[in-house]
Design a binder for this molecule. Structure first.
Ligand code: PEP
Ligand code: MG
Length: 576
């Protein structure tokens, strides 16, 4: 039995054989061919391309709408595989160098990559990754090492690997992938957020997880504690089977609360909405009692380019319809850093989290966002739609964004396309400079939503996806608590709504403290809705205020953390 520890990011217990992903196909060993083998090597290459394309076509057909992004990625890979220029160059290498099909392919792709390396652009690095992917794919076929793809599964597995990108995570076959554990990432990385959305138990930041692991070894992923256990002994396996069934039972109990109001024992109402990445999540969110969608992360619509205005309008209208009369907060695409990469921009970012991303990209290249803003504006006549601007760091960005939105409203007016001129426009407060000037910003917008995922990252200077500094990512750090308090007070003083959509509020103990700090509106991962509902019904606002006041006085995060655990342990059973 081997035990590894990582960061638990999506609750649940998964028990299944391990499937290792992301190991690159080996660079081919050099072997010279004779002249008589030339034509058969070229034929071997052609056959490998057809096999790889057929595999991709099969995978593309297996996708449902949930994984549209991944489908598009595969389609573009398939088109690259079929590229006649690639075929010609490989054939030329086989003929002139007397190389095998594998070596020729390797040489051609390395040549492209060397060329790409001289160009500084995120878009180009993305394309370089595509080339590596297709090289791996063809080498696997040529070397007869068909690596099992994650969406082509026949048996239940847990996925183990170095990394899963957000797109790869979205594409996991939920019926077969019981859980995953990877080496990179943190609690608020997008991959982690998607794991929660898909309700797949997950652990990230596990050091050297694939080292001496065999495909098919039995593995346990504990999404509560962050333990990953390989080759468990019989006793451990039994314990975990029991744990999985207790957890399922506990969740069933929580679900009984979903139709009851989120109201404290002393009569304070709390509004609990859901964060979604895809409209398909709305169904579950409503089932689990969401009062609306407090954050729709639209970057998942983006895949190098955006769907056109009409298509986006249909997506947003459909979300409004699914929500019936509940509100929908659509956030402008928050591109860059850990999110989708801004394909059409020519920027190479030395420091992506601090670069030209998110609202900065919007202001720099508004033409790329035009279809989105127009579609949101047009969707606003169908229901309670609000628009949210991410990563605002000063007043000027709000004014410039509003001016651009205003210009787009005028265009729609001229074209006779209806929109709601009074649609609320709010901002994410997730950058310390915005928190510190929240009193100024509050005068310009209709609402604030506190984005603690980034607020913690930026105020503590801790990369939210870097497992090596994950221990420094502390939601209860006194600096974070003071900033949150400032935002709430400034928003309330200006008479605007202040809610929170960072992952922090999906944890019951933090939610209590945040209520005590003055928050009455939460937007949480759908899977967390029932537990947050439960805690609001078990506590009084008097107790919550007492808890928040104590946390504000502590000198460091660990004191707050220990105190919170003590104060809430009798309210929510600590499952493990
Ligand atoms: C946040 O930063 O807290 C947030 C909710 O947005 P995201 O996780 O998408 O950056
Ligand atoms: Mg953010």
């Amino acid at each position: 039995m081997k035990i590894k520890r990582g960061i638990p990011v999506s609750p649940g217990v998964a028990i299944a054989p391990a499937l290792i992903v992301g190991r690159e196909a080996n660079a081919p060993a050099y072997r010279a061919i004779s002249k008589s083998e030339i034509e058969s090597e070229i034929r071997r290459f052609d056959e490998a391309v057809s096999i790889a394309c057929e595999e991709m076509d099969r995978e593309i057909r297996r996708f449902d709408r949930r994984v549209k992004i991944s489908q598009q990625i595969l389609e573009s890979h398939r088109d690259m595989l079929r590229d006649p220029v690639l075929r010609e160059e490989v054939a030329k290498n086989i003929r002139s160098g007397l190389f095998t099909a594998e070596t020729s392919l390797h040489r051609v792709i390395r040549g492209y990559l060397r060329h790409f390396e001289q160009m500084e652009s995120d878009y180009i690095s993305q394309r370089a990754q595509d080339l590596r992917d297709i090289e791996n794919q063809l080498l696997s076929v040529l070397q007869g090492k068909k690596d099992l793809a994650i969406h082509q599964l026949e048996e239940e597995v847990v996925v183990i690997g170095h990394n899963l990108t957000p797109a790869e995570t979205t594409a996991l076959d939920k019926a077969k992938v019981r859980g995953f554990a990877i080496e990179v990432g943190g609690r608020t990385s997008h991959t982690a957020i998607i794991a929660r959305a898909l309700q797949i138990p997950a652990v990230v930041g596990v050091k050297a997880i694939t080292a001496d692991l065999q495909v098919g070894e039995m593995a346990i992923i504990d999404g509560y504690t962050g333990l990953v256990i390989f080759n468990p002994d019989r006793k451990t396996l039994e314990q975990y089977r029991k744990k999985a069934s207790i957890a399922a039972q506990y969740y069933r109990e929580l679900l009984k609360l979903v139709r009851l109001p989120a109201e404290t024992e002393d009569g304070y109402s709390i509004s609990i909405a859901a964060n979604i990445e895809l409209p398909e999540e709305i169904h579950n969110a409503l089932e689990w009692g969401a009062e609306g969608v407090g954050l729709y992360r639209t970057e998942f619509l983006f895949d190098g380019s955006l769907p056109d205005e009409e298509k986006q309008l249909r997506t947003y209208k459909n979300a409004v319809k699914l929500l019936r009369d509940r509100y929908l907060v659509i956030r402008i695409m928050d591109l860059g850093a850990d999110k989708m990469s801004p394909g059409p921009t020519p920027y190479h970012e030395q420091n992506p989290f601090l670069g030209c991303r998110s609202i900065r990209l919007f202001l720099d290249r508004p033409e790329h966002f035009r279809t989105q803003i127009r579609a949101v504006l047009r969707a606003s006549v169908y229901g309670d739609v609000k628009l949210m601007l991410p990563m605002i760091s000063d007043l000027e960005e709000i004014r410039r964004s509003k001016k651009l939105i205003h210009d787009m409203q005028r265009d729609l007016e001229r074209e006779g396309k209806p929109f709601n001129p009074d649609m609320d426009i709010g901002i994410m407060v997730e950058v310390p400079s915005a928190a510190l000037t929240a009193d100024q910003l509050a005068r310009e917008v209709d609402f604030f939503s506190i984005g603690t995922n980034d607020l913690i990252q930026y105020s503590l200077a801790v990369d939210r996806v870097n497992e090596r500094v994950a221990h420094l990512y502390q939601p209860c750090h006194p600096a974070v608590l003071r900033l949150i308090r400032m935002i709430i007070d400034a928003g309330h003083a200006a008479g605007i709504q202040v809610s929170i959509c960072g992952e922090m509020c999906s944890e019951p103990a933090y939610a209590v403290m945040l209520m005590g700090l003055g928050l009455r509106s939460f937007s949480v991962s759908p899977i967390a809705l029932p537990a947050i509902k439960k805690i609001t019904r078990l506590i009084t606002m008097k107790e919550a205020t007492e808890i928040a006041t104590a946390c504000l006085r502590f000198n460091n995060a660990s004191e707050s953390q220990a105190y919170l655990a003590r104060r809430t342990q009798t309210l929510m059973p600590k499952l493990w």
